[in-house]
Design a protein around this ligand. Structure first.
Ligand code: PEP
Ligand code: MN
Length: 269
């Protein structure tokens, strides 16, 4: 039997406002915060699309140097405007103590740890230590290598530091050779985590698995069929000109259409 939505919402009460709806948790927003206008315009369009949490990368962990690495701290004020103007909760990626401190100073609601960071226990421990005494929801992406123990270990480091609302994000594994996916889903990886920790909220990130808009819907559908608890989908006001991950982002309108199609999800009672 899968995780029931009721259980999920008990775990993640302050992350999810879905406790009265049998609906997956939807996190959406651009790969990167680029400009104040882009962030606000995207958030305003997402507000009524069934989205609970607005995401935007402020510090971007690019695989190779030479591309856009994020706007940094000034972007946090844009996320505060999103909170004020839309009522959406906001989430961003943290990879070190300074990121954590900046996010806490700016009242960010939810943090996530990126795949490259999850693979490094020193970095995860640094983040966990920076969060001592602060109970903010933290979502942990699977590491870039297919190691469920390393994924779980990162979550445990946060829990040991006193974080009571942890969750996992499945974003796939970089393939060595040719693949239709940017990151192979390796569905048995999140399923193994779910077996080990049925209490954990498990969210699927079809955007980083697909790497392109065309494969998004099928991956999202599979995730919900496997009873995952939510989706994180990169959404941009003008996806084709995004400063990062342009090929995989969709417009808020396309997101609304995708979610409408997915709403026929089979739920186990
Ligand atoms: C992201 O969510 O924009 C991101 C960088 O993801 P990942 O850590 O999964 O590569
Ligand atoms: Mn991205």
């Amino acid at each position: 039997a899968g995780i029931t939505i009721a259980q999920t919402n008990m775990n993640m009460k302050s992350v999810s406002n879905l406790s009265t709806h049998a609906q997956p948790l939807i996190i959406a927003g651009p790969c990167s915060a680029e400009t104040e206008e882009q962030v606000l315009a995207t958030a305003h369009q997402l507000k009524d699309a069934g989205v609970s949490i607005f995401r935007a990368g402020i510090w971007k962990p690019r695989t190779r140097p030479g591309s856009f690495e994020g706007v940094g701290t000034p972007g946090l004020a844009w996320l505060q405007r999103v909170q004020r103007e839309t009522g959406l909760r906001v989430a961003t990626e943290v990879a070190n103590t300074i990121h954590v401190q900046q996010c806490l100073q700016h009242g960010i609601d939810v943090l996530w740890i990126g795949a490259r960071t999850t693979a490094n226990p020193f970095a995860v421990q640094e983040i966990a230590d920076a969060l001592k005494g602060v109970d903010i929801p933290v979502l942990v992406k699977n590491p870039v290598n297919p190691d469920v123990q390393l994924w779980l270990g990162a979550i445990e480091r946060l829990e040991k530091a006193g974080i009571s609302q942890t969750g996992a994000i499945h974003r796939g594994i970089s393939p060595l050779g040719k693949s239709v996916y940017r990151n192979n889903p390796e569905w048995n990886m999140p399923m193994t985590l779910k077996e080990l920790r049925p209490d954990l909220m498990l969210i699927n990130d079809p955007s980083h698995i697909a790497g392109n808009r065309e494969l998004l819907a099928g991956i999202a559908e599979t995730a919900l069929a496997l009873h995952m608890d939510g989706l994180m989908i990169e959404t941009h006001i003008q996806p084709e000109v995004a400063w990062s991950d342009a090929a995989q982002q969709i417009s808020p309108q396309a997101l609304a259409e995708l979610l409408a199609k997915l709403s026929g999800r089979p739920l186990d009672a």
